[in-house]
Ligand binder design. Structure first.
Ligand SMILES: NC(=O)c1ccc[n+]([C@@H]2O[C@H](COP(=O)([O-])OP(=O)(O)OC[C@H]3O[C@@H](n4cnc5c(N)ncnc54)[C@H](O)[C@@H]3O)[C@@H](O)[C@H]2O)c1
Length: 336
């Protein structure tokens, strides 16, 4: 089965690439490298022992994508390609609506024209906004607090409308919680440009000496230690979730929306302590005021993923930190 991975050179896409190869599928990457480094391709070849098929280009290039799908006999698309920085989306909303919503629209048009109507879409727990309670089930109301989150919500609605209009579409919407960690080889991992927006890469850069300390935003949340609680999921587990989603689409022939998380909430201080143990390095931190838009707690109900996909996260926080450290210490400056 030939699978097109849009954004396959990025953090989650590159790990999913390897999971697909491991499952005997044939992934082909389409990426414009707007937020990734082409050096990841050599690493993927080293780990998989196979040449990587990659096309440089944008998902918004309809003739390119339609041609690729037809020429390569693509049977399904996993759509990772998007911009994902919440703060930047507030400052430059049109950039986000254009790439995320506009890119998705063009991609769907290209798929339709090429007769490929099976899609796995990278959504996010951000569509739950500030949840009224935890754990969060897929039936919780959706809200958005920033243009990035709104772009995911609009796309989810677009995909629903498309399925209503044409039942040949088979769509898996995967709502990721907080992906962290790296491939156990230490050869690929998260390599954010500039200041990391997420906690784990920031902690890793403090431990490796690239940054002096961590700011912890808020220590007065109604959580056990006062810091924010999130559902961190190992990127290897997340990658396996995509293989399970493709298999479920093929076996059941029905669209679905599912959370991919561990169901376990970890606080910022839990992450700092676990990272110190994994790395043997101190992670100095200081408390800072809460940030607008941050929620106290967010973790998934994983019941649907367990029953529908037959998938369950295998790795805990210690493994997430150990694999992040393995990647970060072997590649202090990422792919450069
Ligand atoms: N990492 C997270 O915390 C997280 C959480 C929830 C959801 N997601 C979603 O998962 C997906 C993948 O995230 P990631 O962390 O791997 O991000 P990433 O930035 O590492 O990967 C995205 C890739 O898409 C590429 N890209 C962007 N726009 C493109 C376009 N128009 N055409 C072709 N390629 C394009 C980038 O160059 C990059 O390689 C995104 O849709 C993101 O919104 C990520």
């Amino acid at each position: 089965m030939n699978i097109l991975l849009t954004g396959g050179a990025g953090y989650i896409g590159s790990h999913t690439y390897l999971a697909l190869v491991h499952a005997g599928l044939v992934p082909i990457i389409l990426d414009d490298f707007s937020n990734s480094n082409p050096k990841v391709l050599e690493r993927l070849e080293r780990i998989s022992g196979k040449p990587v098929q990659c096309e440089r280009g944008s998902v918004a290039d309809l003739p390119l994508v339609q041609g690729l799908i037809q020429r390569l006999g693509i049977q399904a698309v996993i759509h990772f390609a998007a911009f994902k920085a919440v703060g930047e989306s507030v400052a430059q909303p049109l950039k986000y609506y254009d790439n995320n919503v506009g890119g998705m629209t063009r991609l769907l048009q290209a798929m339709d024209a090429a007769g490929c109507r099976t899609l796995v879409f990278s959504s996010s727990a951000t569509v739950y906004g500030d949840p009224a309670s935890v754990p969060i089930t897929e039936r919780f109301p959706r809200q958005h607090t920033n243009p990035y989150g709104h772009s995911k919500l609009v796309i989810e609605d677009m995909l629903t409308a498309l399925q209503v209009s044409d039942p040949r579409w088979k769509v898996a919407v995967l709502r990721y919680f907080n992906p962290v960690g790296a491939h156990p080889s230490g050869l690929i991992g998260e390599d954010p440009r500039g200041t990391p927006n997420n906690l784990m890469p920031f902690v890793a850069q403090v431990a490796v000496g690239r940054r002096p300390f961590l700011n912890i935003y808020g220590n007065d949340y109604p959580t056990p230690d006062g810091t924010g609680v999130r559902d961190y999921i190992h990127v290897q587990d997340l990658a396996a979730g995509h293989v399970a989603a493709l298999k479920t689409l093929a076996d059941k022939g029905q669209s679905f929306t599912v959370n991919l998380g561990t169901g376990v909430g970890c606080s910022v201080l839990d992450v700092v302590k676990a990272f110190e143990v994994a790395s043997g390095k101190p992670v100095p931190y200081q408390f800072a005021p809460r940030r607008d838009g941050d929620v106290a707690q967010c973790y998934a109900s994983t019941d649907l993923a367990n029953t529908l996909l037959g998938w369950k996260a295998q790795f805990g926080l210690a493994a997430m930190c150990a694999d992040t450290w393995h990647w970060q210490s072997a590649n202090p400056n990422g792919y450069e």
